[in-house]
Design a binder for this molecule. Structure first.
Ligand SMILES: NC(=O)c1ccc[n+]([C@@H]2O[C@H](COP(=O)([O-])OP(=O)(O)OC[C@H]3O[C@@H](n4cnc5c(N)ncnc54)[C@H](O)[C@@H]3O)[C@@H](O)[C@H]2O)c1
Length: 348
């Protein structure tokens, strides 16, 4: 196979030292093959990925290729684009090399909810490490710009609040969440090493909790959990103590931020999230008011290493990307409740 991650590793150290500075990217394929920008979205069948694909396709100026193994995403999320001449869907696992000619890569492939990423932790870390190596190998080969969707989990259980990009984090390297948290930290390292060593154009987004329609109904993430439980008439389960805080960004805002980051001149990392901060109990209350005022909640045991506080400092996103979220939680939650109602077939 061609110039993938493995072939880079086989170069001798002396060759690395003798290497001349990074060369300019090869000619962009879109300049001669097509007028349209050709964009690969890994993980494009998932929650954020499918909204990103909608936006890229709706622009009318792009050809979009999605590579997804459908572990936590579904074809259903992309139904409206299947058969469109500017759209291709590949069943592909990013832990295997991929050769496609593209101008940009949005690299999202990775299960994001604890239920999914803890199901097979070894696969999760392989996805983060080998998947990112493969996508960087591809970016190097075809001269594509690559954006990684990293996470606020790289800050771990933060000792600084709110979290700025300069903060190095407080992560348990051997805990049950480490396959995800440390996996993303290594993925960020690989991005910067390819940038420094090979001149690859990289962009890193550190995404904070995002919510919206098409979230997997039973993925255990707190917003989807509460809405599904309240709609089904079940008791909402609040993980102890309930006073831990999160900030919730509506998915359309997040997609705006990703597209602006891809287009800007800064490598990042840049935090993308909504700085509005809510306790988990406040969120349960908001869902109860919206879905069913008689709904009940109970406090249950928490999972290990659950962060106590989470709130992005988005100064960098505001100044570099001219981006800040527009959708307040009270406006975004009803849209998600509507989507869950229709998928669960609960219309009362
Ligand atoms: N949603 C959030 O709140 C949030 C927060 C921080 C970071 N992120 C990041 O954003 C990205 C998307 O998250 P999401 O919420 O849409 O999650 P998701 O689980 O809905 O989407 C992930 C997609 O990646 C695919 N995938 C997983 N492993 C793969 C593999 N080995 N090969 C190919 N495809 C694979 C899944 O099938 C799915 O379609 C992830 O990288 C995640 O870490 C999300």
């Amino acid at each position: 196979m061609g110039d993938n991650a493995n072939s880079n590793e086989s170069s001798s150290p002396s060759l690395h030292l003798a290497r001349s500075p990074p060369q300019p990217s090869p000619i962009r394929l879109s300049k001669f093959a097509s007028q349209k920008m050709r964009i690969l979205v890994t993980g494009g069948a998932g929650f954020i990925g499918s909204h990103l694909v909608d936006r890229l396709m709706e622009a009318g100026t792009n050809e979009v290729i999605v590579a997804d193994n459908f572990f936590s995403g579904t074809k259903d999320n992309l139904r409206r684009w299947i058969g469109h001449p500017d759209f291709e869907l590949l069943r592909h696992d990013v832990t295997e090399p991929l050769l496609v000619e593209v101008d940009q890569i949005y690299h999202l492939a990775c299960p994001a909810s604890p239920i999914f990423y803890k199901y097979n932790p070894v696969k999760t870390i392989k996805t983060n490490v080998m998947g990112t190596l493969n996508m960087l190998g591809l970016a190097k080969r075809v001269g594509a710009r690559i954006l990684l969707t990293s996470t606020s989990e790289v800050y771990g259980d933060p000792l600084e609040h709110p979290q700025k990009e300069e903060y190095w984090g407080n992560v348990n390297p051997i805990g049950v969440r480490s396959c995800y948290d440390e996996g993303k930290r290594v993925a960020e390292t690989l991005m910067f090493d390819y940038h420094r060593q090979h001149g690859i154009e990289i962009r890193i987004a550190r995404i904070f909790n995002t919510y919206g329609p098409r979230m997997n109904i039973d993925d255990g993430r707190v917003v989807s959990n509460f809405i599904a439980q309240a709609l089904r008439g079940e008791t909402m389960t609040v993980q102890a103590p309930g006073s831990q805080t999160r900030s919730f960004c509506y998915v359309s805002d997040l997609v705006d931020g990703l597209i602006k980051l891809m287009a800007c001149d800064d490598t990042g990392p840049i935090n993308l999230g909504n700085p509005g901060e809510f306790t988990i109990l406040e969120l349960a209350e908001a869902v109860r008011e919206l879905v069913d005022s008689s709904a009940k909640w109970k406090v249950v045991d928490n999972t290990p290493d659950d962060p106590r506080k989470r709130k992005p400092d988005i100064t960098k996103a505001k100044s570099i990307l001219k981006w800040e979220p527009k959708v307040a939680l009270r406006d975004g939650l009803p849209l998600m409740v509507e989507d869950f109602r229709s998928r669960l077939g609960i219309h009362k």
